[in-house]
Design a protein around this ligand. Structure first.
Ligand SMILES: [Cu+2]
Length: 450
C-alpha cells in the first residue's frame, strides 16, 4: 500500500514537472511573441528543479542554484500543515502531511532569495532559508539534489544504514521505582517535568520536554490492588497536568485541568492518588497544552497487572504454549512530531535501540502511539499475535505482520523469534523511515542470535 502510494506520488510529481515545463515553454513562446529570428535563437535555459522537504520546523533542501528558470518540488514530510513561499511571490498550496506540490518559481537572476513557510509561527520557529542564485552554483543533477549523483545518493543510504546502532546519550522507559512505600502499602512515585537536552539522533540535541530526564518518561509498573501516589512537579514554562490514559481513576484524578483539577503551574506540585483497580496497558501524558508538551516528549508507559497472554490457545493453527515464558517485554512508544519527531522510544534511527534476543525467545511488544499520525508497524519475518487492544484482552487474538497504530491506541503483541538473523522492525510509511540523506526515524532491528 505504502509502496504504491509512493509510486503514485512520484507519478504526480512527474506529471507536475511536465506541466511546469510545458507552462515554462508556453511562457517563453508568449514572451517571444512567436517573433523573428532573434527570438528564435533564444533557447530557454533548462529548468532547475529543486526538491524541498518541509518538517517541524525546518526547510530541508538545496541552498544554491544557477540563474535561470527554477521550479520547486515541495514535499511536506512533517506532521503539521506547511507551505513554501518564495519572496518573489511564488508559493505552494498549504500542504497536508505527505502532500507534494510542484511550483514554477520563474526566472531567477543572481542574488539571494528568502524562502519560508507562512503558516503563523512556523517561520519564527525555524522554517526560513535562503536560496543563493549564482553562476558558481553546481548544476542540479538527476537526483534532484545539488551536487549529488545517483551513486552518491546510493552511498549515503548505505552509510546511513551501516551507522546503526549508534550510541547516543539518554535512554527512556527506565523502570520507575517508588521513592517510598508507606506503612499502608501505598507506593509513592515522583515525576518531574522539565525541559532537557535530548540527543534524538547522533549529534542532534533538542530541547525535549521530559519526565525525570527521559523520553519516553519512566515506565511505571504496578500490581492490581496497589495504591498509588504520584507526586508531579512541573518545572516546564507552561502549566501542565497528567492524564492517565486507559487507566481507571476517580474523576478528580483524570488530569484534565481546569475541569478536574487546577492547572499545575511552573514550580508547583500536584499529587495524583488512586488505586490500581483494573489491569491496564496505559500511558500517561500531559493534557493541558498537550499539543506542545506531548510531541516534545511528555509521555510514558504505565502497566497495571500481568500481561494477558493467551496461554495454551491455538490461533490460526499456531499453538501458544501453556508454559510460555516471556524473554523480553518491550514498550515501543511511537512519536512523529515536535522536537522529537519521527521516532521509536524517543530516538531516531540509527540511535534507535536494537533488541538482541535468543533464537526461540517469545517477546511481547506494547505499541503506544503518542504521535499525531497512524503508524503501521511491521516486524520482518515474525508474525505478531495481537492479544490486547488498548490493554483490553481480545477474545479472538489474531496474527498480523503489520499493525496500524493510531494516535492514542495501544496494541500488545506476542512474537516468536524462531529464526536467526537481523530483522528490521519499522513503520511502513516509507517517508517515516527514509529521507534523501538515508535511513532515519521509525526503524530499529530485532537481532536474533543462536
Ligand atoms: Cu509512521
Amino acid at each position: 500500500m505504502a509502496d504504491s502510494t509512493k509510486t503514485f506520488d512520484r507519478a504526480l510529481w512527474f506529471f507536475g514537472a511536465m506541466g511546469a515545463f510545458v507552462a515554462a515553454m508556453a511562457l517563453v513562446v508568449a514572451i517571444n511573441g512567436g517573433g523573428g529570428s532573434e527570438a528564435a535563437a533564444e533557447v530557454p535555459g533548462e529548468v532547475s528543479n529543486l526538491s524541498y522537504e518541509l518538517t517541524e520546523f525546518a526547510i530541508l533542501g538545496p541552498q544554491e542554484v544557477r540563474p535561470g528558470p527554477v521550479s520547486f518540488e515541495v514535499h511536506n514530510s512533517g506532521s503539521a500543515i506547511h507551505n513554501l513561499v518564495v519572496e518573489t511571490g511564488a508559493r505552494t498550496a498549504d500542504l497536508n502531511t505527505g502532500e507534494i506540490d510542484l511550483i514554477d518559481v520563474g526566472d531567477l537572476s543572481e542574488g539571494e532569495y528568502v524562502i519560508f513557510c507562512d503558516i503563523p509561527g512556523h517561520r519564527e520557529a525555524g522554517m526560513e532559508a535562503t536560496l543563493v542564485v549564482s553562476e558558481d552554483a553546481a548544476e542540479v543533477s538527476a537526483t534532484g539534489h545539488e551536487d549529488m549523483t545517483p551513486e552518491q545518493a546510493n552511498q549515503m543510504m548505505i552509510d546511513s544504514m551501516l551507522a546503526f546502532p549508534a550510541e547516543t546519550e539518554g535512554k527512556g522507559n527506565q523502570p520507575l521505582e517508588p521513592v517510598e512505600v508507606k506503612a499502608d502499602g501505598t507506593k509513592v512515585f515522583e515525576l518531574t517535568a522539565e525541559i532537557i537536552e535530548w540527543e534524538v539522533e547522533p549529534g542532534k540535541f533538542v530541547d525535549a520536554w521530559a519526565y525525570n530526564g527521559q523520553v519516553p518518561g519512566p515506565w511505571i509498573r504496578v500490581d492490581v490492588g496497589d495504591q498509588l501516589e504520584v507526586h508531579f512537579t512541573n518545572l516546564t514554562p507552561m502549566a501542565s497536568d497528567i492524564h492517565w490514559h486507559g487507566i481507571s481513576t476517580p474523576n478528580n484524578m483524570d488530569g484534565v485541568a481546569p475541569y478536574t483539577q487546577d492547572p499545575v503551574y511552573t514550580g508547583e506540585t500536584f499529587v495524583y492518588s488512586f488505586a490500581a483497580e483494573r489491569p491496564a496497558i496505559g500511558m500517561y501524558h500531559a493534557h493541558f497544552h498537550s499539543q506542545i508538551s506531548v510531541p516534545n516528549g511528555m509521555f510514558g508507559a504505565i502497566i497495571i497487572g500481568d500481561t494477558p497472554i493467551p496461554y495454551g490457545e491455538t490461533v490460526s493453527g499456531i499453538e501458544i504454549p501453556e508454559d510460555l515464558e516471556i524473554a523480553h517485554e518491550i514498550p515501543m512508544v511511537l512519536n512523529d512530531a515536535g522536537v522529537i519527531g519521527l521516532s521509536l522510544n524517543g530516538k531516531s534511527f540509527p540511535a534507535t535501540e536494537p533488541y538482541v534476543v535468543n533464537e526461540g525467545d517469545w517477546l511481547v511488544y506494547h505499541y503506544y502511539n503518542e504521535g499525531l499520525q497512524v503508524h503501521p508497524m511491521h516486524q520482518h519475518q515474525f508474525p505478531q499475535l495481537v492479544f490486547a487492544k488498548d490493554g483490553i484482552p481480545l477474545d479472538v487474538p489474531f496474527w498480523a505482520d503489520t499493525i496500524n497504530v493510531a494516535p492514542g491506541e495501544r496494541y500488545s503483541v506476542l512474537v516468536h523469534a524462531d529464526r536467526v538473523g537481523t530483522w528490521v522492525w519499522h513503520c511502513h510509511i516509507l517517508n517515516h523511515v527514509e529521507r534523501d540523506t538515508g535511513m532515519f526515524g521509525m526503524v530499529t532491528a530485532l537481532i536474533v542470535q543462536e
